[in-house]
Design a protein around this ligand. Structure first.
Ligand code: SF4
Ligand code: SF4
Length: 372
């Protein structure tokens, strides 16, 4: 083996679990920032009425979870993988897959809000000199809030929307520009929205994991699915010395030292408990107590492989880039203030779908004729 290879191998061996996690989190954060910058430039060029010099990054659809959930039901009930926001559906599927295989690894290895929460928790610990958990009588009812939010979305989409309603929403003018609307929401943020964000920030410093533990409906969905996860955290009672370092390291206050397998829906699979345990092979990630143990660095690789592999598979099968042409986008941005692009009280305004799609097809064809 060459010296360089040996050095790289030693470096990987020396890296701690938190270091692997931080590297993974920052790699995903960097990717998300890059996508955000590309998309902003793309939209600003459209506003000037010119054909953008860069392509719209499909990954922006990761920020359209409601549209993606609607796409998921549409796909499951009709077999049609819609071409309006296809990568949003691919990303949703891969996030659900991580929960079924690797618990809530998405929350603590990928999600940028998970990373932000960790820094807000640090501020909490510095300000209050220790971790202050919320008392149980308040913690349990508050934890149900995120499930209530999730139940509302599931009811509104999976139960209330029939095939016609799904179809009507997916091809609506509003859904086609939902990503642009989201950008404008942050670019022209209202005082009320700033107030809500600042309140959430303050509450997240006062109460650890406030957003993730009590309000995030995505976390609730992943928490439910993670109870079926293939891999789980196990503790070997025979070699445990009951030092409780695992429990003290847990950011979501799970009593790891009192359990033989962590089943809590709050476990984010951060693997801190594995890292903190001083006894060899006592806390581990595995398929079962006896077989299928994996090393934490393999966990990091699996997370990366699922995300990278799914986006490569999406590209290879034509389910990544949407079919909205640049000329259609130029038209949308020019007319964005029209009532048909608005979304009022959870409903898209009425539109004639056949006439709308015919008009968009002719726009696309005229752009192709000009070779744009
Ligand atoms: S139980 Fe372990 S892996 Fe799960 S959140 Fe707590 S420290 Fe992280
Ligand atoms: S850190 Fe390891 S040895 Fe200590 S209580 Fe937890 S499992 Fe047992």
């Amino acid at each position: 083996m060459h010296d360089n290879q040996r050095q790289i191998r030693n470096l990987f061996k020396r890296l701690s679990i938190p270091a692997y996690r931080k590297i993974t989190q920052y790699l995903f954060l960097g990717t998300i920032l890059l996508i955000g910058i590309e998309f902003t430039v793309f939209v600003h060029q459209l506003e000037k009425g010119v054909v953008p010099s860069i392509q719209r990054p499909p990954g922006i659809e990761a920020f359209l979870p409601i549209s993606s959930l609607i796409s998921l039901k549409y796909w499951l009930t009709t077999g049609i993988f819609n071409r309006v926001h296809p990568s949003g559906l691919v990303i949703l599927l891969m996030i659900l897959l991580t929960a079924l295989l690797l618990k809530r690894g998405f929350c603590s290895w990928v999600c940028p809000f998970g990373l932000l929460t960790e820094y807000l928790n640090r501020i909490h610990e510095i300000a209050f000199k220790k971790k202050y958990p919320l008392s149980r009588w308040l913690d349990y009812p508050l934890r149900s809030l995120k499930y209530l939010l999730l139940a509302f979305f599931l009811w509104a989409i999976l139960i209330k929307m029939d095939r016609a309603a799904l179809d009507y929403f997916i091809y609506s003018p509003y859904n086609m520009v939902a990503d642009i609307k989201m950008l404008y929401f942050f670019e022209h943020i209202s005082r009320f929205a700033v107030g809500v964000l600042v309140t959430l920030l303050i509450l997240s410093i006062l109460i650890r994991n406030f957003w993730c533990r009590y309000l995030c409906p995505y976390g609730a969905l992943l928490g439910l699915l993670s109870s079926l996860s293939l891999f789980k955290i196990y503790r070997n009672q025979a070699t445990c010395t009951n030092c409780q370092k695992c429990t003290r390291s847990c950011p979501v206050d799970i009593k790891v030292h009192q359990t033989s397998v962590v089943r809590s829906d709050e476990c984010h699979a951060c693997l801190n408990c594995i890292s903190a345990c001083p006894e060899k092979e006592t806390v581990f990630l595995s398929v079962s107590k006896k077989i299928g143990r994996i090393r934490p660095w393999i966990y990091a690789v699996l997370i990366g492989v699922i995300f990278l592999g799914s986006s490569i598979a999406g590209r290879a099968t034509g389910h990544w880039k949407n079919t909205i042409s640049t000329h259609e986008y130029l038209f949308h941005v020019r007319h964005l203030n029209l009532p048909i692009y608005q979304h009022n009280e959870g409903r898209v305004p009425g539109y004639d779908k056949a006439a709308w799609l015919t008009m968009l097809n002719s726009l696309k064809a005229s752009g192709e004729e000009r070779g744009d």
